[in-house]
Design a binder for this molecule. Sequence first.
Ligand SMILES: [Zn+2]
Length: 440
Amino acid sequence: MEERNFVITGDIVHSKSPGELETLENGCLVCIGGKSAGLFPALPGEYRNLPQKDYGGKLVLPGLSDLHVHAPQFGFRALGMDLELLDWLNKNAFPEEAKFQDCEYAGLSYGMFVEALRRSPSCRAVIFATLHTPATVLLMEKLEEAGLVCFVGKLNMDRNCPPYLREESAAVSLSSTREWLEQSESKLKSANIRPILSPRFIPSCSDELLRGLAGLQKEYGRKRPLPLQSHLSENRQEIEWVKKLCPQSRTYAGAYSDFGLFGEAGPAIMAHCVWPEDEEIELIKKRGVFIAHCPQSNTNLSSGIAPVRRFLEAGLRLGLGTDVAGGVHLSVFRAMSDAIQVSKLRQALLAPEEKALGLEEAFYLGSAGGGAFFEQAGMGRSGSFDAGNDFDALVIDDMNPVSGLASPLHLSLRDRLERLVYLAADGNINAKYVRGLQVL
Ligand SMILES: [Zn+2]
């Protein structure tokens, strides 16, 4: 195995906190055993003999995390975008996901997704697959080969979905989930790819199935954390539907909690949270549940604008998701600018007291904010170059005339970051490291 000890020099930017960037022109980053030993204005003597990679004049950023993306939907992204969530699922998502019964099709589509993710600014991702075990294992193997760090979920869905994409019963869904968890254990060679339980959302899962999944999370979580992902309060019709399906629960988040799926038995991450009630925000905080904010998807599916400022002020933990194919762009840089832009609209049109996000905050959410989920779920801290973090890094040649980013102006490192975020020009990634290994 490669030793993963080296030094990178370049123009370094990372987040110290949601409001603060640290920038270092022509600085040094040291990687020891796949972890960051810190960033330095000049190389300390003790590291002088390490191999050096000179990225002078290029931007060096921490790897980003995509906290919510549907791999099987990659093929139809940017198609059929004129529907709201529930119709969109029936018309676009379900027929496409059904094709993953066929491993040959799954191999073709997942091959394209994994290659695009490898070339994207994300070093880490939290991914929904489909309900099919063989195709999900295939996706996990391809991601492992690409060197990325990911949680991947085989979906559970046993009601309110078409017969061609529905597990026969709660018992069948639970036993195939067990089989998939065992296969993930035996077939994967590295610790980079791990399973995450993935009930699609409450409307797709019977009470018996949801209770059974809470049992599985507890049982498998005894060895190491088994996280869980799902969707929460994305669309108003969906929320009304959940109220009818779970009349005993006070809120949508409360319904997950009543089934024991809201951080009780392991880390949990919920996408969207566009329409939270006050008591849901309190519950999210109390249980340490992560939020994946997906601004582009929430715009495309006319879902709404999540109150991110309120989440930050309440001290909730959150990061960004592209939510392909509700979102069409696989770039977390684009998710950052979308997050800023929708927050400006929210402040202007809906909630003047909720200050719009700034560049520093959006960059934090896409890097260190999202990276913190991996730490909570036992996969190492990432998203900044603080000493001890996994060494995930991007090198971007933004000043190259062919990059589409070059400018005759004299730009600070913060300026260069701002252009990268707003222009989402991530076709210019020159190198990408995950846990100290170069994957691009
Ligand atoms: Zn989703």
